[in-house]
Design a protein around this ligand. Structure first.
Ligand code: 5AD
Ligand code: SF4
Length: 444
């Protein structure tokens, strides 16, 4: 790979696609570049260096990176300025490596396990050298990142990465690597730094976050330790696999007040045959039984899930089983996707693709059911009293936007500030958000 020398960048912009872990990685890359003396710009077109932190989970997500690169260069041409230095980070970088350089002539390619090397790669690219790093080193990148300094009221904290489950449709085991848990002490240190930097809520992140373990400790032990952290009011975790839902974690939903009553537990499909073909290693009944156990200890828990429609060979009757599962669970919210064959995954080799128009129609029916249940969950929340964590200003004067314990967006008006926990009564519900009326202010 050969590029011509460029002026070392002075300003940068990081744009993250995809999941919450990418948002977290994007923040850490921004902190890293700022520690190197580069200045962050909110406008990608004004930056000398643009880091595209990419997602490979579905084809559409992957294609976004190429259209973004084209757009950045076109705008620079229109302005008559030099094209920015472009660094492709994240899962597309990991999966495609050199191919991105061939296809889009970008300056830097860096994978999700080696982005602590970004400053060195940028310097190499500036001097005209090849700058590609998709290693998955044994030593963790986290030790090389600067401490957290300024975060919002709600912060992400990666505790576990990678996946050993090998669902047949999924690229994550290849792009993020094998399951690795960060050490207990390092996580607590980062959590303290996040609280000092302004966080009142921490969401623990992992591709299989409930598989987190360190020296005999499980995720619930970590949650118990975080519960004792002064200043931290709320704990959440995502994404979990049904087979790693330990009894201790279920009981934490009963015993730990700061653990929010929300569980994102993807199921993907409602047919045992499809689940087997997906290598999910659980059945529909097993999943429902698990939800019963969680609801038994925490009756108000809000449930969330992920679904894929149109997995190869999915029949109409099998899809109807997904709708039936949705009816039985009553999700508070959920994400649903059309199956997208991913290179290198076992399912990509399966014949019996479901036609595009059938997938479209199934997705519409599924989303109608999920939207119906989300609206019903929100409507049923009206009249509830709860705390809302204020995260940002709303669009209207005096309006604030925060989250209920059940992860609903709540608008409220009043003399508040970011990070306040405001006691409200939920007064009105729309499909995507609620309105709260403050009843009491906390002293925080
Ligand atoms: N096609 C469609 N959706 C996918 N997901 C993962 N891989 C694919 C794929 N190949 C969905 C799953 C997962 C979520 C993060 O993305 O529902 O839980
Ligand atoms: Fe996308 Fe998965 Fe990578 Fe997150 S881990 S960016 S969802 S491919």
């Amino acid at each position: 790979m050969s590029v011509t020398a460029k002026t070392p960048p002075q300003t940068f912009h990081v744009k993250s696609f995809g999941c919450q872990m990418n948002v977290y990685d994007g923040e850490r890359m921004a902190e890293l570049m700022a520690a190197e003396g580069l200045v962050s710009t909110a406008d990608a077109d004004a930056a000398d260096l643009v880091v595209l932190n990419t997602c490979h989970i579905r084809e559409k997500a992957t294609e976004k990176v190429y259209s973004d690169i084209g757009r950045l260069r076109k705008r620079a041409r229109e302005r008559g300025s030099d094209a920015p230095m472009i660094a492709v980070a994240g899962c597309v970088a990991q999966a495609e490596g050199e191919e991105i350089v061939r296809r889009a002539k970008v300056d830097v390619v860096v994978g999700p396990q080696s982005y602590h090397n970004l400053p060195g790669l940028v310097a190499r690219a500036a001097s005209g050298e090849a700058a590609l790093d998709t290693d998955m080193p044994l030593a963790s990148k986290f030790a090389h990142l600067p401490a957290r300094r300024r975060v919002g009221a709600s912060a992400f904290l990666t505790v576990q990465e990678g996946c050993d489950k090998f669902c047949t449709y999924c690229v994550v085991p290849y792009t993020r690597g094998a399951e690795v848990s960060r050490p207990y002490a390092a996580i607590l240190d980062e959590a303290r730094a996040l609280v000092d930097a302004g966080a009142r809520e921490i969401t623990l992140l992992g591709q299989n976050v409930n598989a987190w373990s360190d020296d005999g400790r499980g995720l619930h032990d970590l949650i118990l330790a975080l519960d004792r952290l002064p200043g931290l009011a709320r704990i959440r975790y995502t994404t979990s696999h049904p087979n790693d839902m330990a009894q201790g974690l279920i009981e934490a939903h009963r015993d730990v007040e700061s653990l929010m009553p929300f569980l994102h537990l993807p199921v993907q499909a409602g047919s045992d045959r499809v689940l087997r073909a997906m290598n999910r290693a659980h059945t529909v009944d097993g999943y429902l039984h698990l939800l019963d156990r969680v609801r038994a200890v925490r009756p108000d828990i809000a449930l969330s899930g992920d679904f894929i429609v149109g997995f190869p060979g999915e029949t109409e009757a099998e899809f109807a089983e997904t709708l039936r599962l949705v009816d039985r669970v009553g999700y508070a919210q959920a994400f649903s996707f059309k199956y997208s064959p991913r290179p290198g995954t076992p399912a990509a080799d399966l014949a019996a693709a479901v036609p595009a128009e059938v997938m479209d129609e199934r997705l519409q029916r599924l989303q109608a059911a999920l939207n119906r249940d989300q609206a019903a969950f929100n409507a049923a929340s009206v009249g509830r009293r709860c705390a809302v964590l204020i995260e940002r200003r709303g669009k209207l004067p005096g309006q604030w936007l925060g989250k209920s314990p059940w992860l609903q967006s709540v608008h409220l008006v009043g003399d508040h500030k970011i990070g306040d926990l405001v006691e409200v009564t939920l007064a009105a519900a729309g499909p995507n958000s609620l309105t709260g009326v403050a009843t009491l202010r906390d002293a925080a």
